[in-house]
Design a protein around this ligand. Structure first.
Ligand code: SF4
Length: 295
């Protein structure tokens, strides 16, 4: 049985930057607080915890003073920077530059919509860290749309400026745009509708590649934390193209009956928050299964 790790999978540059920033800091300090899990991957979080990284929540931040806190790649709303200033907290800002640029665009869009009596709409997951950071640019006035079921939150008679969370899928974003266009058409008005495609290429460019990768292998093992948005999306891409695709977060979730004798090729891939070492461990465990199956 051939086992191949997809060389396009693994950390995106935003996550690499956040992790390297934490590692660099911890070379000379015994501890560093991180606001939220540094990546949506428990195994990698545990590895960094052993080096001294301590995950805190926003309510912990409110009660802290004189500490050093890392901001992860997802970015933060302005309120976080304000609390840090009030509490004399030093920030090590590892927000991804792509997210920071998007925050800036949302802020400008918000000011424009204010002038036009319009609305900022964000296609993303309600409560997701990046979405909270984006909504913060609009004083939390932005309308968050997770699916077409949320469209009734929008007033289709007023101007709309649409953005997407960076890690959402291309297909979902395209159908939200079409659905909004249909709703506007139904009103009979010529409502202004501005679309900003703010999907991150580090995620959306992986989808076409994964489609081929999924087709080329008998079994696909997709390794990702359960909380990862792009993990859900990219696993969906694999599953659509190969029904023998399995989602795992830990090696223990692998099942030997997925690798029966008629399985000749296994492809291992993952999300932008999946460490390469975890995919390599999965490859090692699958190799053992294949050896046992031969006996
Ligand atoms: S997915 Fe894109 S926007 Fe998000 S952290 Fe990675 S590089 Fe940055």
């Amino acid at each position: 049985m051939k086992i191949k790790i997809d060389n396009n999978s693994g950390f995106c540059f935003g996550v690499v930057n956040a992790i390297e920033t934490a590692e660099r800091y911890l070379e000379n300090h015994s501890e560093l607080y991180c606001l939220g899990d540094i990546v949506h991957n428990n195994m990698e979080v545990e590895r960094l915890q052993k080096m001294g990284l301590k995950t805190i929540t926003h309510s912990d931040l409110n009660n802290m003073k004189d500490a050093t806190v890392l901001l992860r790649a997802h970015g933060e709303p302005p309120s976080t920077y304000k609390i840090a200033m009030q509490n004399n907290i030093k920030l090590v800002d590892a927000s991804c530059p792509v997210v920071l640029r998007l925050q800036n665009r949302v802020f400008n869009g918000y000011n424009l919509m204010k002038e036009l009596n319009g609305q900022v709409v964000i296609y993303g997951k309600e409560g997701h860290a990046e979405v909270l950071g984006l909504a913060g640019q609009t004083k939390d006035e932005a309308i968050i749309i997770g699916s077409e079921a949320d469209l009734d939150k929008i007033d289709f008679h007023k101007p709309i400026e649409l953005y997407s969370q960076t890690t959402k899928g291309k297909e979902g974003f395209a159908s939200i745009i079409k659905a909004i266009e249909r709703k506007i058409e139904e009103t009979g008005n010529n409502t202004e509708f501005l679309v900003n495609d703010t999907l991150c290429g580090a995620v959306s460019n992986r989808a076409p590649h994964l489609r081929e990768f999924a087709k080329q292998n008998d079994v696909i093992i997709f390794v990702s934390g359960e909380k990862s948005s792009n993990g859900k999306y990219l696993f969906g891409v694999c599953k659509e193209n190969n029904e023998n695709s399995y989602f795992i977060s830990t090696i223990e979730q692998l099942k030997s009956n997925w690798f029966k004798n008629d399985v000749l090729t296994v492809g291992i891939c993952g999300a932008t928050s999946t460490p390469m070492w975890l995919m390599e461990e999965a490859a090692g465990a699958i190799k053992k299964f294949s050896e046992l199956n031969k006996i």
